[in-house]
Design a protein around this ligand. Structure first.
Ligand code: NAD
Length: 362
């Protein structure tokens, strides 16, 4: 089949890591008989340089008309870049918010997987790590406390700030459906995380999630309070498959989960809308400190591209092949500098892409 992918290299290491992801996808195309067409889109600092804004309407339209979007990262050195002496809505990262909003990407998916080869980088004790962990955090991205009405005012001579946490049942239902759909492609367990012992929004969350669960008889559902989940992630991370949660809880828990993998250069992510359309990007930023040196780790971006094949295009075997190739390269002892340990062979960004592409098998 033919797939039309909008590719946003962005800034810093973005172009280097996206190049490697496309290299691996091209090899997948050769081996499995697909054609991936790329349309390059400017976003972030490079768009400011070219057009004066971090995302043009035309760029957004190109992304919207594609089958899916692959993003590197945007942004520069916040302290000393010409991109930052402007209003916040004209900075590189504003492009990110604009594209998420413009494409209605309400579901954020972040896997946290521990490779055996990287266990030493995991801050947890070996007896807690056990056989490792492989989970996905499904975070609602466009509602809740971060988007509710807020104000600060003086009440009876005391400064008082108010933030509002609102969810309606439709917002909860659509993210729950996404979580159950993804659980169907995994170990078929959803842990819905809330604070239903205190919050009305969480009680509605729980009720709607239970309704959605009825349409997925093969998936088991359990509920967990957010404070307990924060503890369970560092006490027994192996118990989780898909964690489904609202915006702020997901913000915190997904960072906690990524920390216990111990390697920022390995973490993929996706943001999806109601259809199968998504924007796929590494969890890390543009790493301007190492840009242009061919030392960045492209694996997070390559794994993000694998997520695209799995979740947007339903190409599960092709995604499996990409993930297996990454695993094989690590097992053979090839590591980029950020995940280097003694006894491994240190390779650069482009070489890592070559090695993974060479190991794509049907
Ligand atoms: P960062 O993730 O870019 O870098 C943090 C540290 O991790 C740096 O030392 C960097 O060298 C290293 N690192 C990150 N990715 C790596 C990789 N693939 N391989 C090897 N090492 C890697 O975070 P930061 O330094 O806080 O931010 C840099 C810029 O990125 C800022 O302008 C920030 O706003 C932007 N940013 C963009 C996104 C995005 O586009 N989605 C996300 C986060 C930050």
């Amino acid at each position: 089949m033919d797939y039309n992918i909008a590719v946003i290299p962005g800034d810093g290491i973005g172009p280097e890591i996206v190049r490697e992801a496309c290299k691996v996808m091209d090899q997948v195309g050769k081996v499995f008989g697909h054609q991936f067409q790329y349309t390059e889109v400017l976003m972030g600092g490079c768009s400011i340089d070219a057009h004066g804004v971090p995302l043009t309407d035309e760029a957004l339209e190109t992304a919207r008309n594609s089958d899916s979007v692959l993003l590197g990262a945007v942004g520069g050195n916040v302290g000393n870049s010409r991109w930052y002496d402007v209003a916040p809505n004209l900075r590189p990262e504003a492009g990110l918010l604009a594209i998420r909003k413009g494409l209605n990407l309400f579901a954020n998916i972040r896997p946290a997987y521990l490779y055996k080869e990287l266990m030493d980088a995991c801050p947890l004790k070996r007896e807690i790590i056990g056989e490792g962990f492989d989970m996905v955090i499904m975070r609602e991205l466009t509602g809740g406390l971060y988007f509710g009405a807020r104000h600060t005012e003086e009440v009876d001579g005391v400064m008082t700030a108010v933030d509002t946490l609102t969810y309606n049942e439709n917002e909860i239902r659509r993210i729950a459906v996404k979580a159950f759909d993804i659980a169907m492609k995994r170990k078929k367990h959803v842990t819905s995380v809330d604070k239903a012992n205190v919050l009305d929004s969480s009680r509605l969350w729980r009720k709607v999630v239970e309704e959605v669960a009825k349409d997925y008889p093969e998936v088991t559902l359990s509920h967990m309070l957010v404070d307990n989940c924060a503890m369970q992630l560092v006490m027994n991370p192996g118990q989780f498959d898909v964690i489904l949660t609202e915006n702020m809880f997901g913000d915190i828990l997904s960072d906690e989960a990524s920390m216990i993998t111990g390697s920022i250069g390995m973490l993929s992510s996706a943001s999806m809308n109601e259809s199968k359309f998504g924007m796929y990007e590494p969890s890390h930023g543009s790493a301007p400190d190492i840009a242009g040196q061919d030392i960045a780790n492209p694996i997070a971006t390559i794994l993000s591209a694998a997520m695209m094949l799995r979740y947007s295009f339903d190409l599960d075997a092709e995604a499996d092949a990409m993930e297996a190739a990454v695993q094989q390269v690590l097992t053979e002892g090839f590591h980029t500098g950020d995940i280097y340990s003694e006894g491994c062979e240190k390779v650069g960004c482009s070489k890592m892409g070559d090695l993974i592409a060479e190991r794509i098998r049907k």
